[in-house]
Design a binder for this molecule. Structure first.
Ligand SMILES: Nc1ncnc2c1ncn2[C@@H]1O[C@H](COP(=O)(O)OP(=O)(O)O)[C@@H](O)[C@H]1O
Ligand SMILES: [Mg+2]
Length: 400
């Protein structure tokens, strides 16, 4: 395959290793500086220029987009996607994971352990928010921090209040998060490729420090993850829409607590610590996936008028409970079940003879009108705003 690694740091360990691993496997590979692309848009033909020259064709792209260039970087990745080039991580996945609030919002509807977190703006909401996540000591986090910079531990509510006030006065958005004390300055980094954890390490903060980032002096050790940690890491990666990711988890008393999902995880720490060829695993994965560029399913499926994607919920007492998918008559109504969500389980392409249970969610593609009738009346009303006539008003003094 011919691979482009998008990176602004050609000499960084991760970039060098990825290039080396690709060459070792007889692939063609170029490291291209993300900021040297020009994105050209024209009817029917999205295009890219690199250093003023028309970009030659590539089979795959591995984005390594730094936090400081998220906007431009994701625009370049999106352009590759629109040109049907396989991207190991999509623009959507990268944007989702970059923002700590957005990623927790996405994860929180799934059965994934996360530390209790709140996001507030009004001064009056600060103290109640701290109380709700369990009181002091409490974690305060900038939404787009990396390497532990922007993560603070406030010992008292008073201290938390003043830190938050200061940050907000500097126009910073901050999260208030439960301090997971039992993890004792340690966290787990699971390196996920596709649907597997290919390497994992535990990072241990040193001295008085509670942050275990390697950049904050944390020391890494290899770790054998138990099933819960593996499953959580893989599911998080999938939910975020990523295929290569570093998932950071605290070891909470009830299992993994996900803090963040990194879309450009570093290779140096994990390769050095585990002695595993992580770069090689990433390259092999990409080579195997090249023929399946990501498709924005919703966008493509809603092009047909009257058809779309929707989720049908099966509540307690629904007629669907204890029926097979075939018996529900969905397919007669022109509705196809794409995926069944059952608690923490995801069942893609469920068989027609599968029995439904209360609490199931069905991701469906089909006739919107028919699916609308399956959504309970109360939510349906909210979803279908009627356009009513404006009342005739006296003309305003300003003439508008
Ligand atoms: N809620 C928390 N409870 C305990 N420790 C935390 C918590 N959140 C973060 N930490 C510590 O701080 C480190 C950095 O936090 P993280 O959210 O991963 O930000 P960054 O993007 O800067 O790495 C983590 O690796 C962990 O050691
Ligand atoms: Mg982190």
């Amino acid at each position: 395959m011919k691979l482009a690694v998008l990176s602004c740091a050609p000499n960084a360990y991760s970039t060098r290793r990825l290039k080396e691993a690709a060459l070792q496997r007889d692939h063609r590979v170029k490291v291209l500086n993300t900021l040297k692309f020009a994105i050209d848009l024209d009817q029917g033909s999205p295009d890219l220029f690199y250093r003023q020259k028309h970009l030659s064709s590539y089979d795959a792209v591995l984005p390594r987009i730094g936090a400081s260039i998220t906007y431009y970087g994701t625009a370049v990745v999106r352009q590759f996607q629109e040109m049907d080039v396989f991207c190991a991580n999509t623009a959507h996945g990268i944007s989702n994971s970059r923002d700590k609030l957005r990623s927790l919002q996405i994860l929180s509807r799934h059965h994934i352990g996360i530390p209790r977190t709140t996001f507030v703006r009004d001064k009056k909401d600060v103290i109640p928010a701290i109380e709700r996540v369990g009181g002091a000591p409490v974690i305060i986090k900038l939404i787009e921090g990396t390497q532990g910079i922007g993560v603070l531990l406030a010992e008292s509510v008073k201290q938390a209040e003043s830190i938050i006030e200061l940050l907000q006065s500097q126009k910073q958005n901050v999260l208030i998060q439960k301090f997971v004390a039992e993890s004792k300055g340690r966290d787990i980094r699971a390196f996920v490729v596709g649907d597997r954890v290919i390497a994992a390490m535990r990072r241990v903060a040193q001295g008085q420090e509670f942050r275990s980032n390697v950049h904050r002096g944390g020391i890494a050790e290899p770790v054998e993850l138990d099933e819960r940690y593996v499953e959580t890491a893989v599911r998080c990666t999938q939910i975020m829409g990523l295929r290569v990711a570093g998932v950071d988890m605290l070891e909470g008393k009830n299992g993994p607590q996900v803090m963040e999902v990194n879309s450009s995880p570093g290779l140096e720490g994990i390769e050095t610590c585990t002695g595993l060829d992580v770069a090689g695993a990433v390259i092999d994965y990409i080579a195997a996936q090249v023929d399946f560029p990501e498709i924005d399913v919703r966008q493509r499926l809603t092009v047909s008028k009257g058809y779309g994607v929707s989720e049908i919920y099966v509540p307690e007492g629904s007629n669907f409970v204890d029926q097979t998918i075939a018996q529900t008559g969905l397919s007669e109504h022109d509705i196809n079940v794409l995926t069944l969500y059952r608690g923490a389980k995801v069942i893609p392409n469920p068989r027609k003879d599968r029995l439904l249970e209360a609490g199931d969610k069905l991701l469906c593609f089909g006739k919107l009108e028919a699916m609308r009738d399956m959504i309970p009346a109360r939510t349906r009303r909210r979803r279908r705003p009627a356009v009513s006539q404006l009342e005739a008003e006296q003309p305003q003094a300003d003439g508008s």
